[in-house]
Design a binder for this molecule. Structure first.
Ligand code: AMP
Ligand code: GLY
Length: 443
């Protein structure tokens, strides 16, 4: 079958890489893709948000299945567009319609959904510029730190954690005043949850689901979790505290009530759900839903899946996930993201990346894969930086004598050696990916 992956980052490169291993794949296309996906299939110019262009490509290349990487086209209704178009309605499609995508597209919708279906999450209220006095009162009833969230999509930047009441009140006004554009017209204020975060993922057809390997994301730019939030600077899978007991709680208190809630509310859902969770003293709480896979978590998680992802995706789109079994390797995957100097603020692009044959995941069957997050290729095929996050380097190793600390150590050595061998001006990365889990595993 012919598959079209929409998106251009490391997540999409990893999806293309995994789908590319399927015996059922004829041809893989990526729109717009990146130089990494170009090694696996064919890149096609265009934006996933340009629905007419997506249709043109699907028809021209006889695409059988569309896999949507990022959330934006889903929130804007790409799945609805397919469903309503006579030429597209039978194309297999991975990603929810806009009503399901609102789980990510509107924090207020997500919080109300969780409240309605008794899914554990932080206490909250939402406010607009007409209810600033009530918002101030609600803030005064909470204790520091204060969590403020823009309701709409804000490129992962719409959450502020304020240490003082005064700062929280000021930021509330900044958000309602347009700091995040119209995404902040409604602001959700919620209780601060203390604990350890973990990202968990399912592929669901709305009834049945496959639980993918979990991952820890490293969100801050600097070592020791210092500095501003980014899209993600690294990931590790598995996460030591996600044991059988924790997983059982996530399934029964979060995943299954979410799927039951979607069904009860008449919202069909075929695609990935990413649960951003906080482990509070052994109990999982939902911090956020995403309607897609995580980035860079995907670059770690997919290297641990042994079964045929394309087969699972086809079953998902056909509503037949009940018949599928996911095979997960007992290995550890550790991803380090190399970014441009200045990221997550302003940074320059177009820096030459060198490292020769080290620069692609599919040229190596060894333990280290290089996924492209923000790269481009010049006319003479020179690889250039083209984004804040540039490359995601993943090392995957089987557990050594079940010793997590030692396995993390080996993954770290391999990933960081690869990074040393790749160069571009301004290459920046965290040095501490995985170190906290060594300490956790020794507790
Ligand atoms: P989100 O975009 O909703 O994932 O939020 C970004 C980050 O803010 C999360 O990864 C958490 O680290 C933090 N955060 C969000 N909500 C809360 C909360 N209620 N309590 C503590 N930290 C939070
Ligand atoms: N790494 C977090 C995200 O993809 O939203």
């Amino acid at each position: 079958m012919n598959v079209l992956v929409l998106g251009s980052g490391g997540r999409e490169h990893a999806l293309a890489w995994k789908i590319g291993q399927s015996p059922n794949l004829d041809k893989l296309y990526a729109m717009p893709g990146n130089p990494g996906t170009a090694q696996i299939g064919c890149n096609i110019a265009g934006s996933p948000n340009d629905f007419n262009r997506v249709k043109e490509v699907v028809v021209e290349h006889s695409i059988d299945m569309v896999v949507v990487g990022p959330e934006e086209p889903l929130v804007k209704g790409l799945a609805d567009y397919f469903k309503q178009d006579s030429a597209l309605k039978d194309i297999l499609f991975i990603g929810p319609e806009s009503r399901g995508a609102a789980l990510e597209g509107s924090k207020q919708f997500a919080k109300e959904f969780m409240l309605k279906h008794s899914i554990p999450t932080a206490a909250f209220r939402s406010f607009t510029s007409d209810s600033i006095a009530e918002a101030d009162e609600f803030l005064e009833s909470l204790s520091a730190p204060y969590v403020l969230k823009a309701d709409g999509l804000a490129a992962g930047k719409g959450v502020l954690i304020c240490q003082s009441l005064e700062q929280a009140k000021q930021e509330l006004r900044n958000m309602l005043g347009g700091k995040f554009g119209s995404a902040g017209n409604t602001v959700v204020i919620e209780q601060f949850l203390s604990g350890i975060e973990v990202s968990m993922f399912i592929l669901t057809d709305g009834t049945d689901y496959l639980l993918l390997p979990e991952a820890k994301d490293y969100k801050r730019i600097g070592d020791g979790d210092k500095g501003p939030n980014t899209g993600g600077m690294g990931a590790v899978s598995p996460v030591p505290f996600v044991d059988t007991e924790f997983c059982a709680k996530v399934r029964s208190k979060i995943i299954e009530p979410t799927l039951a809630g979607l069904r009860a509310d008449g919202i069909p859902y075929k695609g990935f759900i990413f649960f951003g969770l906080m482990n509070c003293a052994g109990n999982p709480y939902v911090i956020e839903y995403n309607v897609r896979m995580g980035d860079p978590e995907t670059e770690a998680v997919l290297t641990r899946i042994q079964s045929d992802l394309l087969g699972h995706l086809v079953a998902c789109a056909k509503g037949k996930l009940k018949e599928e079994t996911l095979e997960i390797s007992q290995s550890m995957a550790l991803t380090v993201v190399c970014v441009s100097a200045g990221y997550p603020d302003s940074y320059s692009k177009g820096k030459v990346i060198s490292g020769n044959d080290l620069l692609y995941c599919n040229t190596s069957s060894g333990p280290v894969k290089v996924f492209h997050s923000g790269t481009s290729s010049s006319a003479d095929k020179t690889l250039l930086t083209a984004g804040g996050r540039v490359l995601a380097i993943t090392a995957n190793n089987h557990s050594l004598c079940n010793n997590i600390a030692e396995t993390i150590d080996v993954c770290r050595q391999q990933a960081y050696v690869q990074i040393e061998n790749i160069s571009y001006e301004g290459k920046t990365y965290r040095n501490d990916i995985g170190l906290d889990l060594i300490n956790l595993s020794e507790l």
